[in-house]
Ligand binder design. Sequence first.
Ligand code: CTP
Length: 211
Amino acid sequence: MKILITAGPTREYIDDVRFLSNASSGRMGYALAAAALACGHQVELVTGPVELAPPEGCKIHRIETTDQLRETCLRIFPECDGVIATAAVCDYRPKQRVSGKITKTGQPIVLELTETSDVLAELGSRREHRWIVGFALESQDPRNNAMRKLRMKNCSCIVLNDTSAIGSATNLVEVLSPEAETIAVFQGTKEVVAERLMGLIESSIAGTLRS
Ligand code: CTP
């Protein structure tokens, strides 16, 4: 299969030197890319800025802003069999990006923020025959919120994890089906969780394998 994987954070600039972003190491997405390659799949890795080296063998697309993530994913998705979305997308952008650098005045400043595009929801609306694995990072009412995201983004399943996953080497995830059933629970290093998830995608999510 050819698999699109999004990973790492996006950045939204306030001025030319300051930005809003999300806490994300990219480790889960990079581990999934490595696991998919090890299973013989082709990987298109669309990644925000992280400190990790990409696994050898994947096609890497470096992005910074949510708009760049969106444009790259919309371009690549039609030629892929499925997508795994682990990117920690910055949901808000300053209404205006100031060119140059804002000079301090000693006074508070107010930032007006607007929502960025929901990239996975857009891919979901163009899903057709493809499979879609979303991630949901939840701190409250996790199952209900994850199921709302699964439906809104038209996912084949959603991988629920909590905020303890941020920056951690390990993860505990619950995979939910569109019928709100728990398909699997995986725990361990992000590399182990990635291998198990890839196994689940191959056996039950992707249906008939194509290479
Ligand atoms: N996602 C995306 N584009 C966005 C926001 C999220 O593609 N603008 C993807 C993430 O990569 C993840 C899934 O959607 O696979 C859910 O992301 P999450 O941050 O948990 O939820 P949000 O949709 O951003 O909702 P909220 O921040 O309100 O929890």
